[in-house]
Structures are given as C-alpha cells and as structure tokens.
Write a protein that binds this ligand. Structure first.
Ligand code: ZN
Length: 93
C-alpha cells in the first residue's frame, strides 16, 4: 500500500533533470544568460530587454508572480531612469 509513495520517491527522472535550471527573463520568459549575481539582486542578459538586474526583494513579494509583462517593462523603464543599474526594485511596480 506504500508502493505508490515508493514509486514516486524513486522517480528516476528526478536525477536526470539538468542543473542548473535555465534562467528565464522575468519580463518575457525567454531563456537568458545570468549576469554576475550580487548579494541582493540577480542579473539578466536578455536579447529583448538588455542587461538589467532585479532586486531579490521583488521576487520575495507574494504579488510578484502576478506582474504582467507590461508591468515589468514599465518597472524596467523606471529603473533605467536612474543612473545606477538598472536594478528593478519592488517600488518600481
Ligand atoms: Zn526579456
């Protein structure tokens, strides 16, 4: 009766998953290169959106998963107005 749980636990596909997972642009969801990661932000090199960083606090927010592409692009636009970065901050949304 525990055979199902056993089978799930032993699922061999688990160890075949490539690591690390590809990094996706949070804006357009295409696979991108990761830039140097700093302590509090992740850097992305997207063919569409260029090089930018997103502060970890952005993803820490529950509502982050509901941001639309339009919201992300607006936030990136705001971040680019600042001379430093661009680093998208949670207050850009
Ligand atoms: Zn992108």
């Amino acid at each position: 009766m525990s055979s199902l749980a056993e089978a799930i636990r032993r699922d061999p596909s688990d160890k075949d998953r490539p690591l690390p997972r590809p990094l996706l642009c949070p804006i357009c969801k295409s696979a991108v290169q990761e830039l140097d990661r700093t302590g509090d932000a992740t850097g992305y090199a997207c063919a569409t959106h260029g090089n930018f960083k997103v502060a970890n606090t952005v993803f820490a927010e529950q509502r982050a998963k509901d941001y639309t592409r339009e919201q992300w692009e607006a936030a990136l636009h705001k971040a680019k107005q600042r001379k430093k970065g661009p680093v998208i901050q949670s207050y850009d949304f």
